[in-house]
Unconditional design. Structure first.
Length: 282
């Protein structure tokens, strides 16, 4: 097992292009001597990505998923309001900039297929954001989506550039929203690149804070090997955006924790697999 630097993250200039490729979220990965180093890098970066995109900005880290999620939820609300009339055309183009881009810029919705003019139409479309300033976060890019049940259920696939606090981030992922019941909301997954490999992090749950340490659980999907489940405790984020402390435990297809990663300082990670320990820069 030979570790290389993580090389991921969400910030400008750090090598994260937002991810790509296809992902098999139904096939569990088996960690071996041959892929342990790669999976270590992906799991460490997935932990950081989960925290960075689930909480308020920490240092130079922007809460990219939170910003995009809020934007898409605002977009969904605008679309649902627009579609609340008794009938809908088969295809529509709507400029909803005033409702969504509160600080300027444009947001245009173009439906590919509005579905039938029924009480609960379904369809698909594209949202295009151009210099759209949503509560101080400027977003450019597109969101492809499908909806059902009169916009009460919306699935997004987004690829956007997010600018916040002088930093620019490339953000790509998926979001599924269900507004049909009281207390409904959205769930997210995100794509990222670590060590030259495409990953997706999903089923994200984060608790705690940067003082006491974050607790994280998530599923990290490698575009080649499949998924592993990660459980992290005592995670803190440094001013440089790296992890400064804590432990990440990785469970593979065996159902057991087979890989552990620790962070002795803000620049180093230590991975242990099958009794072998390797140290590498983050």
């Amino acid at each position: 097992m030979g570790l290389a630097a993580c090389g991921g993250g969400g910030g400008g200039g750090d090598g994260d292009t937002g991810g790509g490729g296809s992902f098999n979220s139904s096939s569990a990965a088996t960690i071996t001597d041959e892929n342990a180093a790669e999976m270590s890098v992906g799991a460490a970066e997935g932990t950081k990505k989960s925290i960075n995109s689930s909480v308020a900005p920490l240092g130079v880290v922007v809460s990219d998923r939170e910003a995009v999620g809020a934007l898409l939820e605002a977009s969904a609300d605008a679309l649902r309001e627009q579609a609340s009339g008794p009938t809908l055309p088969m295809a529509i183009t709507q400029d909803l900039s005033a409702q969504v881009c509160t600080g300027g810029g444009t947001y245009v919705f173009q439906s590919d297929d509005i579905g039938t003019q029924s009480a609960n139409p379904s369809g698909s479309g594209t949202a295009t954001y151009s210099n759209c300033n949503f509560d101080g976060t400027v977003i450019d890019g597109t969101a492809l989506f499908e909806w059902a049940d009169n916009f009460n259920h919306i699935d997004y696939t987004y690829d956007m550039t997010v600018s916040y606090g002088g930093q620019t981030y490339d953000v790509a992922g998926t979001m599924s929203c269900d507004f049909s019941a009281s207390g409904g909301g959205c769930t997210y997954s995100e794509n990222y690149v670590a060590g030259g490999r495409s990953y997706r992090v999903e089923n994200i749950q984060v608790s705690g804070n940067n003082s006491s340490g974050y607790t994280v659980s998530a599923r990290v999907v490698n575009s080649v090997y499949g998924y592993v489940d990660i459980s992290a405790t005592g995670i803190t984020i440094c001013a440089n955006g790296n992890i400064g402390s804590g432990t990440v435990s990785v469970t593979d297809s065996s159902g057991n924790v087979v890989l552990t990663i620790t962070f002795p300082d803000c620049d180093t990670m230590v991975a242990t697999f099958d009794g072998v320990t390797q140290t590498a820069p983050q």
